[in-house]
Design a protein around this ligand. Structure first.
Ligand code: SAH
Length: 229
């Protein structure tokens, strides 16, 4: 069974969006992964299909209703479906390459895209949603965050990346940022490709790349070098 992504959103027209082109898009056409969208609006209340209401306790903005969202989830996700149910949320578990790898190794994901001020807390508990954040900033909705998560996961699926090896030295995979890259021409605007990369000495190249990766990580992301809590 290919990796199966089920999206719940008020804006299904945002999918596949950028995931319909390039590597992810071709993999989708080949059936290497599946994408299914459900419109939360269809479970809205009344003639106007209302999905949100004002926050209990008062404050500006609106909140996605628990009953509406739960009914959308129940319609989209069959009973016994073992895929993790994610809710995109700035309060969530940070999305990291390790977490993406875990998700990509599974059967797929159910992804709920929030809107407004967020969703009623009770549906998070009641439907066992795991909140996931793509970074410390606020988006207007969970759709872009879901696209980011899926893009990162899909490229790891078997057969999706043209050159399987190119995934290996990448930033974060070895706990370090990646070394710099160069390609022809060998001199550009007076800047040369480092001599070691043209030496043909594979051992020296590997040592240089490692040293550069360590230097960049120390300079830019010293937090990555700290032991994991
Ligand atoms: N009031 C909320 C933010 C709501 S933003 C708060 O302060 O925490 C509206 C929706 O966008 C959220 O429900 C969530 O689904 C999505 N979203 C916003 N920022 C996000 C982020 N950094 N990561 C993942 N999803 C995000």
């Amino acid at each position: 069974m290919p990796f199966h992504a089920t999206l719940l959103t008020l804006y299904p027209e945002m999918f596949p969006g950028p995931l319909g082109v390039s590597l992810a898009g071709r993999a989708l056409e080949r059936g290497d992964w599946r994408l299914e969208t459900f419109n939360i609006r269809e479970h809205g209340e009344g003639r106007h299909r209302l999905v949100d209401d004002t926050p209990a306790g008062g404050s500006p903005g609106m909140v996605l209703r628990a009953d509406v969202l739960a009914s959308a989830i129940d319609a989209a996700v069959p009973e016994g479906d073992a895929r993790p149910r994610l809710l995109m949320s700035p309060r969530g578990r940070p999305l990291t390459q390790g977490f993406v790898r875990e998700l990509a190794a599974g059967e797929g994901v159910v992804v709920v895209c929030g809107r407004f001020e967020g969703v009623d807390e009770r549906v998070i508990e009641g439907r066992g949603l795991l909140e996931v954040s793509i970074g410390d900033y606020i988006l207007s909705g969970g759709e872009m965050a879901a696209l980011v998560l899926l893009d990162a996961a899909v490229r790891l699926l078997p057969g999706v990346m043209g050159n399987a090896l190119s995934g290996e030295a990448e930033s974060f995979e070895g706990g370090l940022l990646e070394h710099p890259h160069y390609t022809r021409p060998s001199v550009w605007e007076g800047r040369e490709i480092p001599a070691v990369l043209r030496s043909g000495d594979h051992g020296a190249v590997a040592r240089w790349r490692r040293a550069e990766a360590e230097r960049l990580t120390r300079e830019r992301r010293p937090d990555l070098l700290l032991p994991r809590r």
